[in-house]
Design a protein around this ligand. Structure first.
Ligand SMILES: Nc1ncnc2c1ncn2[C@@H]1O[C@H](COP(=O)(O)OP(=O)(O)O)[C@@H](O)[C@H]1O
Ligand SMILES: [Mg+2]
Length: 348
């Protein structure tokens, strides 16, 4: 019963012996430290992470003084090279048993920031939708009136004006429709994410033949449940931006990477999932302009003169409808968008 409890805790828990070697850790610890129990069992903690010596000292102190200690904001370098900032607590259970609890700081900070950002985005979207509806309502009337007028006109020079009215109304309607986002319910059908990516890839090759597109797929990823054409749209919106950014900046050897990975025990928004599909779209373009970073996913935010600023906002709506989200890291020469879609829900 206790073991089961420990296995389901979201807190990373490790058990060490008197020699400070690992005896056991729960899945949350495996996920956090990106290493499996079977690889680490019986090894000293310092072999698991850089910065382990410091933990080792505190562990020894806790053991020798038989007193619990907490260390805040310690930095650990994982075997993957990733650097984590963590809080950890060491509690001696007996002379040869120590309990170590590790809590990540970065990810917690990031999640709460994401939530704040998401709330703000939702507000903006509600506003944009309201405005879009108001603009759309009179369009039908304007178009109908222009058509009636056109019928009574003989002068082709005047007909040219009604034609302009009708065309511009249609353009406005299309713009407003895309602002309102997909208006049908999304489908939930089993689909293979690699089929989605292959489709996007073949479209991009036709659009921009000069760009090298690399595939780095995890073939073990299971099918996910979702809407294929919507996901194609989402990936395409993100990938097109990357292509446009690289082409516009005149990057010498433009390169786009489509990468898939499975992420275990991953928190999206407020929910933790056992398995999440990660699609990364990486380019070596100029990076996202600093001025756009905070508002990147808002509708009508664009860094390009002819841009609508709707691409990322739509992509994000689609991901939300799949209970997922989009993250972005960018610096000059390396921009990465990650689309995260839950594969399996896990209610704690
Ligand atoms: N991979 C990228 N590299 C550089 N800038 C990007 C990238 N992706 C998006 N951007 C910036 O974000 C802006 C918003 O993108 P988007 O919402 O698709 O609107 P649009 O493409 O119509 O401008 C783009 O105009 C561009 O400035
Ligand atoms: Mg775009």
């Amino acid at each position: 019963m206790y073991q089961r409890l420990m296995e389901h805790l979201t807190t990373a828990v490790l058990l060490l012996d008197g020699e400070l070697r690992l005896r056991w850790m729960n899945p949350a610890a495996e996920a956090l430290l990106a290493i499996s129990l079977s690889r680490l069992k019986g090894l000293p903690l310092s072999s698991l992470v850089d910065g382990g010596e410091e933990i080792g000292e505190l562990l020894a102190k806790a053991r020798d003084e038989f007193h619990p200690f907490t260390q805040r904001e310690a930095r650990l370098t994982l075997v993957t090279g990733e650097v984590l900032t963590v809080d950890y607590t060491v509690s001696p259970l007996s002379a040869d048993e120590l309990l170590l609890e590790v809590e990540p700081r970065d990810r917690l900070l990031r999640i709460s920031r994401e939530e704040a950002l998401q709330t703000r985005q939702e507000t903006i979207k509600v506003l944009a939708r309201g405005l879009a509806h108001e603009v759309k309502n009179p369009l039908g009337g304007i178009r109908g009136a222009a058509q009636l007028l056109e019928r009574d006109l003989d002068d082709p020079g005047l007909k040219e004006f009604t034609r302009i009215i009708i065309e511009e109304v249609d353009r406005l309607r299309d713009l407003v429709d895309s602002m309102l986002g997909p208006n049908r319910m999304i489908r939930h059908e089993p689909l293979n994410i690699h089929k989605v990516l292959e489709r996007v890839r073949s479209l991009l090759i036709v659009e921009q033949p000069g760009v090298w597109i690399e595939r780095d797929y995890d073939p073990s990823l299971p099918d996910l449940s979702g809407d294929e054409s919507q996901l194609i749209q989402a990936v395409l919106n993100v990938a097109r931006n990357a292509m446009e950014a690289m082409t516009e900046a005149g990057v010498a050897s433009p390169r786009l990477t489509l990468r898939t990975r499975a992420r275990r025990q991953f928190t999206l928004g407020a929910e933790r999932h056992r398995l999440v599909c990660e699609v990364a779209i990486i380019d070596n373009g100029p990076g996202i302009p600093e001025s756009l970073r905070e508002t990147l996913f808002y509708p009508m935010v664009s860094g390009r003169a002819e841009g609508s600023g709707l691409g990322l906002s739509i992509a994000q709506s689609i991901l939300h409808q799949h209970q997922g989200l989009i993250e972005c890291d960018s610096e000059p020469g390396h921009t990465q968008f990650r689309l995260l879609i839950p594969l399996e829900k896990h209610h704690d």
